[in-house]
Design a protein. Structure first.
Length: 263
């Protein structure tokens, strides 16, 4: 290399060294142009992982209750759930379906289930009573008891579904609430029939308490047709389609509904 070339190379090196180094600012850190990209990526991934762990921990269990596609309206004496000397009362059966979208380890406990029914000017609420399954045997509607209603888990990343028979409970009026009616939630079957003959629209709200304090709800609507009301009058039960009020799709009826039509 000639003396001239050596001088030019030395001058170029000195110029590069004299130029200010390009620096980026990232999350409050000064990152130079020659910083290893792999180290930067590893740092970002580490911070992201910590943030996600904190978010998952605070998020906990994420339980959702789906609206029931079908509600069974029946008289208590049809399923043998009325006490001796008691009026023939309305009973409700609903499919309760849950999903827990929480991360692994964030399980949930369902403490209690409710169903609220609004028809005409009346609002009633029933509590869970038994778990089981509804069916038709020899042309008659039956509810097969599987167990008493009790708390159950919904593990993270899983779904749980079952049928619940609900029953009316007496309201505690000892707190002095004005106009409190202890038997408000007890609906006589004949009173129910009279109400739906005038207004065929039933608003259903299913609800569950998640231990310790969270509550989840879902709503659907039943619109009874004339032949369905007549079926209720003669057979004292009906598996009625309940449409999710938050969606436009009308669900299909299950096989139990086809058996009903044959009757």
């Amino acid at each position: 290399m000639s003396e001239r070339q050596e001088a030019e190379a030395k001058a170029t090196e000195q110029k590069v060294q004299a130029e200010p180094e390009l620096v980026w600012s990232f999350l409050g850190l000064q990152v130079a142009r020659r910083t290893e990209i792999i180290a930067l990526v590893a740092f970002v991934l580490s911070v992201s992982g910590v943030l996600w762990q904190v978010f998952s921990y605070t998020r906990g269990a994420v339980v959702q209750l789906f609206p029931s596609d079908q509600i069974v309206l029946t008289a208590a004496n049809i399923i043998g759930r009325n006490y001796s000397g008691q009026d023939n009362l309305l009973a409700l059966i609903a499919n309760m379906s849950y999903v827990n979208d929480g991360d692994v380890g964030h399980n949930a406990i369902i403490r209690r289930e409710f169903i609220a029914l609004s028809f005409g000017s009346r609002d009633v609420e029933h509590r869970w009573y038994e778990f089981g399954s509804s069916d038709v045997q020899d042309g008659k509607f039956v509810f097969k008891r599987e167990s008493e209603a009790r708390p159950f888990p919904v593990n993270a990343g899983s779904a749980v579904s079952h049928e619940t028979l609900f029953a009316a409970w007496e309201i505690d009026c000892e707190n002095g609430e004005k106009n409190c009616e202890p038997g408000k939630n007890f609906v006589k079957w004949d009173d129910f029939l009279n109400a739906i003959r005038t207004n065929n629209r039933l608003l259903i709200v299913t609800k569950a308490n998640i231990f310790p304090t969270k509550i989840v709800t879902a709503s659907c609507e039943v619109r009874l047709r004339d032949w369905e009301i007549k079926f209720l009058e003669t057979e004292q039960w009906l598996a009625a389609t309940c449409t999710d009020v938050s969606a436009g799709a009308r669900p299909d009826r299950k096989a139990l509904r086809r058996t009903e039509q044959q009757n």
